[in-house]
Design a protein around this ligand. Structure first.
Ligand SMILES: *Cc1c(COP(=O)(O)O)cnc(C)c1O
Length: 363
């Protein structure tokens, strides 16, 4: 078969190990998964209630335009429903943007290291990727600007960045946006927005009025705790959303996911509580890292990228043997570090105990 050339040196997405796999392979029964930044507190009880109270008619296609969910999101963000695009996870929106804008004659700019899906879809669509090394864990926005040329069509900014967890200052981003030509789409992927505690952070959705070439991605997979339901969304200018809708699969969000997301939006208190608990637990990681003199990137998310005193794969393996699934930095482009999802208080206490065993004797 004549596969696209780009596929030849690509690999399918490699997810973190599932709990079932670890149970099967290592025979451990108590497993804590801290690898995919899922919400350790689950989701709002309102979601569970609405899913059990509302029978879904399986034979009926879902609402192709997710009208109830878009209306609720429009109200929440103070935008027009036509400015919203729903995706089967925000990952699908990344794919839609790539499909709509990238091709063999175009290039796209992103950080190195960042969320890998931007480069992944860009390659499939034949575009050249310009990956700009992080500067102290942050996007090097000046270098992004230097990398722009006539063929640049999309710029990806992951904020806070995955896997480093750190947040770009709003004033720097604003300054950056002012310098980007209006025909280039700037994607701000804010999958961890709900976890941000920095009081100086500005909600970038308000910048859409000023920058019609900006699109903001959010998701229900992280703080809202609905990863299984695959609901993400984009907020952008009506014209941008109209074009992206042309490449969207008609029924990309199923009925259960739409219902779950609508109910999740009715419980803002749940999000506030998760943010607070996450911040408290994040401080424990910071203290742990400091105590053992391990570098930890300042995080505004529900995960931390922490230095390990041994090879990252080996460290992950040792943690796994003790029942903790984390992500080795070797896979993420950050060797010497592991990425750990911030769990509940008990989960983290156990994780620290397991982590103690990979520290050198002097500690
Ligand atoms: C988790 C994540 C996403 C994708 O989440 P979906 O489940 O597809 O909504 C997107 N971007 C970043 C940076 C993420 O960490």
């Amino acid at each position: 078969m004549n596969w696209k050339k780009a596929l030849l040196d690509m690999k399918p997405y490699k997810p973190g190990r599932s709990i079932e796999e670890v149970v099967r392979e290592l025979g451990i029964t108590k497993i804590v998964k801290l690898a995919s930044n899922e919400n350790p507190y689950g989701c709002s009880p309102l979601v569970e209630k609405s899913l059990s109270d509302n029978a879904i008619q399986c034979q009926i296609y879902p609402d192709a335009t997710a009208s109830a969910l878009r209306a609720k999101l429009a109200e929440k963000h103070g935008v027009n429903p036509q400015q919203l695009l729903l995706g089967n996870g925000s990952d699908e929106i990344v794919a839609m943007i790539s499909r709509a804008l990238l091709h063999a004659q175009s290039n796209t700019i992103m950080a190195d290291t960042t969320f890998p899906q931007y480069a992944h879809y860009a390659k499939i669509d034949g575009a050249k990727t310009r990956q700009i090394p992080l500067k102290d864990g942050f996007h090097d926005l000046d270098a992004f600007i230097e990398a722009i040329d006539d063929q640049t069509s999309v710029i990806w900014i992951c904020n806070p960045n995955n896997p480093t967890g750190n947040l770009m200052a709003s004033d720097e981003l604003l300054q950056f946006l002012r310098q980007i030509p209006s025909h280039i789409l700037v994607v701000l992927d804010e999958a961890y927005f709900e976890y941000i505690t920095d009081p100086n952070h500005i909600d970038s959705i308000q910048w859409l009025l000023q920058f019609p070439n900006l699109i903001v991605l959010r998701t229900f997979s992280k703080a809202y705790g609905l990863a299984a339901h695959r609901v993400g969304y984009a907020v952008g200018h009506v014209d941008v959303i109209t074009e992206l809708n042309k490449v969207r699969n008609p029924f990309n969000n199923n009925s259960i996911g739409q219902l779950a997301a609508v109910s999740a939006l009715e419980d803002e208190a749940f999000i506030v509580e998760c943010r607070q608990k996450n911040e408290q637990q994040r401080q424990r990681f910071e203290a742990y890292a400091q105590q053992h003199q391990l570098h930890l990137y300042p995080s505004e998310t529900n995960f931390v990228l922490i230095e390990v005193p041994i090879d990252a794969d080996e460290a992950s393996e040792k943690l796994l043997e003790q029942g903790y699934i984390v992500r080795s930095g070797n896979l993420l482009g950050t060797p010497g570090y592991v990425r750990i999802t911030i769990g509940s208080a008990d989960e983290n206490t156990g994780l620290f105990r397991a982590f103690d065993t990979i520290l050198t004797k002097e500690d």
